[in-house]
Structures are given as structure tokens and as C-alpha cells.
Design a protein around this ligand. Structure first.
Ligand code: SF4
Ligand code: NI
Ligand code: NI
Length: 711
């Protein structure tokens, strides 16, 4: 059979299955029964994107099946056949949605099935920073599980996000691959139709970050091809259905690399039978370049291990976390005096330490990183110091929580058994500091203290005074006290018309870029994503309008956005890309705003979930009344200050409220004299229904109720 014949055979088979499934479902549940995926604001996302149709009930499906069938022309033309591939995707999306009618079909499966909107949003930053350099989709059953596992581990070490479909899931798992979102290896499911959940991720990337208009299929295909760096690897023999699915991938711009003979289509469909070359061929097919730093330690060090938690039963050693004193500090030393790559451990290491309860080693810990360089500035110390958290978490077998003198570090037995010791922490920090900050760090030395008296004494004499100094400097940093703001254009790779403006009192909406970060990035990468915007005279101080800011936004968004205010959510609010940590929206009856964070999945008092609120904005679109922002902004005196500021906050999920309470209380107290403002803010443990929320606010005398009408 020719390639087009194969594609049509597969797509016709799927069309038939889809039609059958739709008819059966309607018979069983009736036409008015709801159909959809959990935690998304985009209905059946692929159908919504391709046609603009919002599928809500089973009765909406037969028309979609009609469209699907019309896409399968059976004409002997590759372009037409690729459309049949898209039809297969639509069919798979419908079949999978129907599987969700009886509850989560993945509850008993190793796969996770549908990927929710909040997860996709959380992937925005690592994708734009190149922390996740690409997306691998693996499918099938391998004749050789060992090499399969080697391929997956290789992607993992390179930081790629890997999705798996089919029996390769068990094969890789049995061969020791660590799996789960935390490890960037995501099992989707066993049925071939579950591959649709990764297609859905690609399509929603365009909806969420690109603000591509539903119904404009060609725009979606251009977006995924240009901006979503994905590819497909198939393992084992492939049947027509896999070929048809593969054709859908190719239509999206994702090359397919098979390990069996296939009719090759240059740049789109190819064979790589040698598994030792699969990774290389795949990365080349999407022009994905990987920057690796070789570090001399006995365990893997890769961004993919960032999310791993070390639990009690796998833990070998523990530091800090209120059990022992611990701190970390990056400070600038003298260029002439520092010795580059000098790593010293002073005190007991983890193997010669006392076993306190026969199992776990607990030690005090002080990590002193001294750097020096001609371009190094004091202001960059905190930027480097915050990276310790990430660098330590990259270690397979290490968990790092907190910062400064609240750090909490755990190491696993597995890492210990592989030979990991404290000096290796020094090696990792050294290598990453030199690699990531090469423009400012010419020399770096690391000293690790584990004797209680050292850790405590050095803290009092050297470390604490530096923290205090920095805090003073930080609180003096206001929008008024600096000459320049910064742009952040990182997210333009996904959201081409979005520009973040970063000020001392307003960090990037992803929460990852502060004004100091932006300043340091400018130094490290002069033509990079953070460029200074010299403020000049404000046009309107209350709303936060500057001609310089408007100009920077207009230029960098290619004219898509011409005006933004920095302090208002009603008048030309700052745009969003889509990866914001929180979104706030107006609750008119409470005369204030609710804020919902990405982790909260229930409905908020405005009747919308985070995902639904989030879908109101994004992709550089301005939607007055809705604004994406970072957690840190809750506690900034500039938070919608044009509309009355922090006092307008009437509701937040409890976890978020607890997280920001200290800073929020402090800022509100300084501005209004109100004590413990966070206690006046409602949360889901108190009330979600509008009336009950209002009752609570009244009982607390919440200030928003007495303010000018918000709209
Ligand atoms: Fe994206 Fe803005 Fe964060 Fe930069 S600051 S990475 S543009 S969200
Ligand atoms: Ni880790
Ligand atoms: Ni973003």
C-alpha cells in the first residue's frame, strides 16, 4: 500500500469507530447529556480550534463527525491525506471524550489521559526559557526495552518533556525510568487514541499563549509548526491507525521518526532503525540544540529532576527544615584572592556523621558560595543565590526547599549508595554558576560547613548582616527610586504580541523574573530578552502611564498593543502571555477582586475556575477587569493601586492567602493602618457562594465595601 492509502485506511477506520461510539453514547445517555474534558476552558479543544464550534453535549457530536468525514477525501495527494490525519485526530478526541462520560477512564491506567489547562500554563516558562528544549512523543511497543529506556533517559537528561503512549510505558517503567510530571516523563495511556492528549496540549498552547482565533485552522497549524518544538518516535511495527495518527502529527508540523521501514517524506516522516541514533535524528529534525554542562558527580544532574520530592522512606540525610540550623549565601569575593573551583567541606560528611536514630543523618549545613568577576555587581548576588534552589533540585536524589536560613535539603539513599557526598553539592553549584553566569562569574569557590558551632557562628557574624543589608536595599527599591524599567520578551516565542514590563514593585506575571533578575539578565545577555526602558516623565502617575513604556510595548508587540498602564486593571491593563501564577477578576457585588492561583481547581466566587478566568486573557490580549500576575504582586503597594489597591482583594484560595499573608498584611498596614488584613479576605474554607462571601466581608468590616464603586 502507498503512504496515502495507509493514511486513508487508518483514518476511515477511526471515522467508523468514532461514528459508532457517538451513536452508542447518544443511545445510552441521550443527546442533551454533557460531554467534555476536565479542567479546560476550551471544550473539545481540537474541534474548537479547528472549527470554532463549542461542543457541549452529545447532540453536538454528529455534526462534528460529519466535518471529520468530509476531511477524508481519499484522493491520492499527500496534502489531502494529511487532512485525513487531522480528521483522525478529531476522531480520537471524540472517542476519548466519550470515554470520560463514565468517570475518569484513566483512574486505573498508568497513563494520565487528558492534560488540564493549568498544567499547560505551568509549562509556559520552562518552554520559553529553553529549560524544556523540546517535546518528545513516544508511541508503541519496543522490541528492546533496554534501548527504549536509554532513549527516554537521554531525553530526560536533556530536559525534554516526554509523552508516552502504549506498552512502552510499562517497558520503560520496568527498565527503571522515573515517571510523572515531576520527572518530565508523562505516560498518557495505552490506547493509541490517548496520543490525542498531547495533540490537545499543542493546540491549547496556541489558544492559551498565542491567542490564535478558533476556527482558523491554518493559523493553528502554522503556530504549532513554528512554535511547538515537538516530534514523534514510534517503536515497533506500525498499523494504519498509527500511520493516520502520524499524518495528523505531520500536519501539525511534528516530524515522525519510526524504527521500522516507512515510505520516507523528507523532513516529515523518516526511518531511524539504529536506536543509538534515535535521539540525535529526532533533535535534528526539529533543530533542537541542547546545552549540557558536564559535571563530575556520581548521579544525573538535569532540569528534569527538578520536581522530585524526597520522602522519609527514601531519605538518607537531611539538613535544615527547622531540625538543624542551615543557610546558604552567595557573596562577592575578591577576584585576586578567590581560588576558582576550590571546593571545601569543613566538618563531618554524610558517611562519617553520627546516625542519630539508626536511619537518618541530620546535620547542620552552611553553604557559602563566593564568586568574583570584573562584571559582577552586588545586586546580582540574590539572583545567583536564588538559583541555588534550582541547581540543587536538578540533582537526581536531592530535594531543596526554601532559601536563605530557611532552607531544607534532603538526599536519598539511592544517591548516597551511588557515591554522592557533600563535596558533590559544591561541584554542582560550581559548574552551574560558571555555566549559567559566565559573563559575570570569573571565579567561584564553594565552602560547605557542617559543624554546628561553625554554622551558627558564621551565620551570626557574616551571613545575617548581609541578609539584613539586602532587605534594606530591597525595600528601598521602588518604582519611583529607579531610572529604568525592563521589558521581558521571553514569552514572545509562544505569545508573540505579549510584552511584560518589569518594575521593582511589579515582577513578571510568571513570578520568575524580578526587576533585579531582569537587570542581571541584561548584563549577562546584552541583546537578550530584558531591555531597559528609560522611564522619563510619567504621563499619569496614578494609572502608571509612561510614554517610554507605551513605546516599548508597541514596538515589541509589533503594534498589537499600543498602550498599557502599570497600576490599573480597568484601563489598558498589562497584557498576559498565559503562564501567570495568578489571575484576578472583578467581583462587582463585593466591590473588589478575587484572585485565583493556578493550583486551585475549584470554582471561585465569580462563578469561574482558574482555567475559565485565565481564558479571558492571554496571548497579549487586553481584557479590562482581568489581569494575570505573579504571587509576589499580592503585597506590592502598586497592585491595581489606581483602583484602590490591595484593599480591593476580597477572596483568595486559602493556600495562596497563607502564602502571601505576611507581606500583604505589612503592605496594607503601612498604607492604611489596618491590622491583619488577610483575616478580612474570604477563602474557600469560609465561603464560595457570592452571598455568603458578602456576609463574611460585612462581618469583618472589609474596607472594599465602603470604597468607591469599582466599575
Ligand atoms: Fe514571560 Fe513575562 Fe515571565 Fe518574561 S516575565 S518569562 S515575558 S511571563
Ligand atoms: Ni532533585
Ligand atoms: Ni509567559
Amino acid at each position: 500500500m502507498s503512504l496515502t492509502d495507509l493514511i486513508y485506511a487508518g483514518s476511515n477506520a477511526v471515522a467508523g469507530l468514532t461514528e459508532g461510539a457517538v451513536n452508542d453514547a447518544i443511545e445510552k445517555y441521550g443527546e442533551s447529556h454533557a460531554v467534555g474534558y476536565p479542567d479546560t476552558a476550551y471544550f473539545l479543544p481540537i474541534i474548537y480550534a479547528a472549527t470554532g464550534v463549542k461542543i457541549k453535549t452529545l447532540g453536538d457530536l454528529p455534526a462534528a463527525v460529519g466535518i471529520l468525514k468530509s476531511l477524508i477525501t481519499n484522493k491520492d495527494d499527500l496534502g489531502e491525506a494529511l487532512n485525513a490525519g487531522l480528521a483522525t485526530a478529531v476522531g480520537a478526541e471524540i472517542i476519548e471524550a466519550i470515554r470520560y462520560l463514565d468517570g475518569d477512564p484513566y483512574a486505573e491506567d498508568a497513563g494520565i489521559g487528558f492534560v488540564s489547562d493549568p498544567i499547560i500554563r505551568s509549562l509556559g516558562v520552562p518552554l520559553v526559557t529553553g529549560d524544556i528544549p523540546g517535546i518528545a512523543v513516544l508511541l508503541g511497543e519496543s522490541a528492546d526495552p533496554k534501548t527504549l529506556a536509554a532513549i527516554v533517559k537521554d531525553y530526560q537528561e536533556k530536559g525534554l518533556l516526554t509523552f508516552m503512549v502504549g506498552n512502552i510505558i510499562e517497558q520503560a517503567s520496568e527498565a527503571g525510568v522515573k515517571m510523572g510530571l515531576d520527572y518530565r516523563v508523562i505516560p498518557l495511556g495505552h490506547e493509541v487514541t490517548s496520543v490525542i492528549h498531547v495533540v490537545s496540549v499543542a493546540i491549547r498552547t496556541a489558544l492559551i499563549f498565542g491567542a490564535v482565533e478558533p476556527g482558523k485552522l491554518a493559523d493553528f497549524l502554522a503556530y504549532t509548526k513554528e512554535r511547538v518544538p515537538a516530534f514523534v518516535n514510534t517503536f515497533g511495527p506500525i498499523d494504519e491507525v498509527v500511520v493516520a495518527v502520524g499524518a495528523g502529527a505531520i500536519a501539525l508540523g511534528f516530524p515522525v521518526i519510526a524504527d521500522v521501514e516507512v515510505p520516507e517524506v523528507p523532513g516529515a516522516l523518516m526511518t531511524q532503525a539504529d536506536h543509538s541514533k534515535t535521539v540525535e535524528t529526532s533533535l535534528e529534525s526539529r533543530d533542537i540544540k541542547i546545552k549540557v554542562t558536564k559535571i563530575d558527580v556520581p548521579v544525573s544532574v538535569a532540569a528534569a529532576f527538578e520536581g522530585e520530592r524526597v520522602r522519609k522512606d527514601t531519605m538518607f540525610a537531611e539538613f535544615g527544615g527547622n531540625k538543624t540550623p542551615a543557610w546558604e549565601l552567595v557573596t562577592t569575593g575578591d577576584l585576586a584572592e578567590l581560588e576558582d573551583h576550590k571546593i571545601t567541606v569543613i566538618g563531618p560528611d554524610i558517611d562519617d556523621a553520627m546516625f542519630e536514630d539508626g536511619k537518618t543523618v541530620r546535620l547542620p549545613l552552611g553553604i557559602l558560595v563566593e564568586v568574583a568577576g570584573k562584571e559582577m555587581q552586588k545586586d546580582f548576588e540574590t539572583v545567583l543565590e536564588r538559583r541555588i534552589h534550582y541547581f540543587m533540585n536538578y540533582i537526581d536524589g536531592a530535594m531543596h526547599v526554601g532559601q536563605r536560613n530557611t532552607v531544607w535539603i534532603r538526599l536519598t539513599k539511592e544517591a548516597y549508595e551511588k557515591g554522592f557526598r557533600l563535596k558533590h553539592i559544591g561541584e554542582v553549584l560550581y559548574a552551574k554558576m560558571r555555566a549559567d553566569f559566565d559573563n559575570v562569574v570569573d571565579k567561584c569557590q564553594v565552602t560547605i560547613y557542617t559543624k554546628k558551632e561553625d554554622v551558627e557562628e558564621i551565620y551570626e557574624e557574616r551571613v545575617k548582616p548581609i541578609y539584613v543589608q539586602r532587605d534594606d536595599r530591597m525595600s528601598a527599591l521602588t518604582d519611583e527610586s529607579v531610572e529604568e524599567f525592563y521589558t521581558c520578551l521571553l514569552c514572545q516565542s509562544f505569545a508573540p504580541s505579549h510584552v511584560c514590563i518589569i518594575t521593582p514593585e511589579r515582577l513578571g506575571l510568571c513570578g520568575a523574573v524580578s526587576w533585579l533578575d531582569a537587570k542581571a539578565t541584561k548584563q549577562l545577555d546584552p541583546s537578550g530578552p530584558n531591555q531597559p526602558v528609560v522611564k522619563g516623565q510619567a504621563i499619569d502617575e496614578r494609572l502608571g502611564i509612561w510614554a517610554s513604556v507605551n513605546e516599548a510595548v508597541a514596538t515589541n508587540s509589533q503594534g498589537a498593543v499600543e498602550k498599557v498602564t502599570l497600576y490599573s486593571i480597568l484601563e489598558d491593563p498589562m497584557t498576559s502571555c498565559g503562564c501567570f501564577e495568578c489571575i484576578c477578576g472583578i467581583m462587582p457585588e463585593a466591590n473588589g477582586v478575587v484572585i485565583v492561583n493556578r493550583e486551585f481547581s475549584d470554582v471561585s466566587p465569580v462563578g469561574m475556575t482558574f482555567g475559565e478566568l485565565a481564558s479571558m486573557t492571554g496571548g497579549g490580549v487586553q481584557t479590562p477587569g482581568f489581569m494575570g500576575h505573579g504571587r509576589q504582586l499580592i503585597g506590592s503597594k502598586k497592585f491595581m493601586s489606581a483602583e484602590g489597591g490591595l484593599e480591593r482583594i476580597v477572596w483568595m484560595p486559602k493556600e495562596l492567602k497563607d502564602d502571601v499573608a505576611e507581606r500583604l498584611n505589612k503592605a496594607v498596614k503601612e498604607m492604611t493602618g489596618i491590622e491583619n488584613f488577610a483575616d478580612m479576605v474570604c477563602d474557600e474554607t469560609i465561603a464560595i457562594e457570592s452571598e455568603a462571601v458578602l456576609e463574611f466581608l460585612e462581618s469583618k468590616g472589609h474596607p472594599a465595601l465602603a470604597m468607591d464603586p469599582i466599575m
